[in-house]
Design a protein around this ligand. Structure first.
Ligand code: ASP
Ligand code: MG
Length: 418
């Protein structure tokens, strides 16, 4: 029998009525002859509520909001337990054999980085046995696994049920993985900003990885990494389509499957960035290490880095970006290192945004980014920092210009729908 993994996100399982709709989608695929594993998220808003309860509980005892991460995982994993049970219950009532599987029951193993564990292995034997002996649909609670050595429940980071789904597809050697969400595919940019954004029929793993890392929220970044490594053909499609006549959505696949490719495939943006500038840092060997090593030790991921050539050979400015969530921590680390690094002043800005253009065509075309710099300048948008890679370039700008910059680049690269 061909095998299929179907994943449904929070809005697709938001209430019993929506879960019943999911069951109709599953029924269609079972009747088409697939052995099906379904991965579900928690009902939309549920995980946020559970996270808030953990904070509330910690603060109920002391002013310190820090709490035990293993217990956090126990609490937040419960949202998926509820939806997996409800979907299996509904399927059974509809006459389709099904059972729920919690992460520890499969088992899906993770490391012990509680709150953002990485998957270390999956034993699909129980699920496969259910397929073979009872034609039983496996309804898997996404987002959660178990740490083998301690037996504790772990979760895979926010948005992690995408990664559960792709990893299970790889583990079960499924023919494909369908990720159902509230949009009907991956778009050239956020359709809420650009009405002329277009749905892509296909996008390569590498481009999707860059799009997701640059802020496109449709898939968790790790899920795309897993899909790429294991070559899992993954579709992003809508659970709001008619269950009896759904559209295929966007296929994320290897580059060799993409026949026609644009120079730029998509524009992503992120407002979750902050900029830090160290002024008049001594221009001598070892300074970059003095700045960035302590940040790395504090687990702050630095993205863009700009260092000027010093005019006098003595001092220079270093500008870089960090995730907004880590901004305060980064500033505290740098304050502690002030003497060692030897900078007289520091500046920070949180009202910035990063705009990225992505496309495998950039490998073979010159001047792609240069065109953008001109177009942004023509609109009076100042560029604070630039980074480029083989298939992406990003610019850091004032956050107030985010929408204008996204629209400008979207039409510049011919992505607007006719
Ligand atoms: N329920 C989890 C979250 O909200 C996991 C997921 O939905 O993918 O982050
Ligand atoms: Mg999600």
């Amino acid at each position: 029998m061909p095998r299929l993994v179907m994943k449904f996100g929070g809005t697709s399982v938001a209430n019993v009525e929506r879960i019943k709709n999911v069951a109709q989608h599953v029924k269609r695929e079972v009747e088409a002859g697939y052995d099906v594993a379904v991965v579900v998220s928690a009902m939309s808003g549920k995980t946020n509520e559970l996270v808030a309860w953990c904070k509330e509980a910690a603060l109920a005892v002391s002013g310190d909001p820090v709490y035990d991460q293993a217990e956090y995982d126990t609490v937040v994993a419960s949202g998926e337990q509820v939806t997996s049970g409800l979907l299996a219950l509904l399927l059974n009532k509809m006459g389709i054999p099904a059972r729920s599987w919690q992460g520890w029951q499969i088992p899906l193993y993770g490391d012990d980085a509680h709150g953002s564990a990485r998957i270390t292995g999956i034993d699909g034997a129980g699920i496969l046995k259910g397929f073979a002996e009872r034609k039983e649909v496996a309804v898997v609670a996404g987002f959660q696994g178990v740490h083998k050595e301690t037996g504790r429940i772990v979760t895979l980071g926010r948005g992690g049920s995408d990664t559960s789904a792709v990893a299970i597809a790889a583990g079960l050697k499924a023919d494909r993985c369908d990720i159902y969400t509230d949009v009907d595919g991956v778009y050239t940019t956020d359709p809420r900003i650009v009405a002329k954004a277009q749905r892509l029929d296909r996008v390569s793993f590498e481009e999707m990885l860059e799009l997701a890392s640059a802020g496109a929220k449709v898939l968790q970044v790790r899920s795309v990494e897993v899909a790429m490594v294991h070559n899992v053909r993954t579709f992003v499609r809508s659970s709001f389509d008619d269950p009896n006549n759904p559209k295929p959505g966007t296929l994320i696949c290897g580059e060799e499957e993409i026949v026609e490719s644009q120079v730029v495939t998509g524009i992503a943006y992120s407002k979750d960035e902050a900029q830090i500038t160290l002024r008049n840092v001594p221009d001598k060997p070892g300074v970059a290490a003095a700045v960035f090593a302590p940040l790395a030790d504090a687990n702050v991921v630095v993205d863009m880095i700009v260092q000027n050539v010093s005019p006098d050979g003595k001092t220079t400015d270093i500008t870089f970006t960090v995730p907004s969530a880590d901004y305060a921590r980064a500033m505290a680390v740098l304050a502690k290192e002030k003497e060692t690094i030897g900078y007289p002043s520091i500046e920070g800005a949180q009202d910035v945004a990063k705009i990225s253009a992505i496309g495998v065509g950039m490998r073979s075309h010159a001047g792609v980014a240069a065109k953008a710099f001109k177009a942004l300048a023509d609109r009076g948008i100042n560029i604070r920092a630039i980074t480029t890679s083989e298939i992406k370039f990003s610019v850091l700008i004032d956050q107030a210009y985010t929408e204008l910059a996204v629209r400008t680049l979207h039409s510049l690269y011919g992505l607007d729908a006719a």
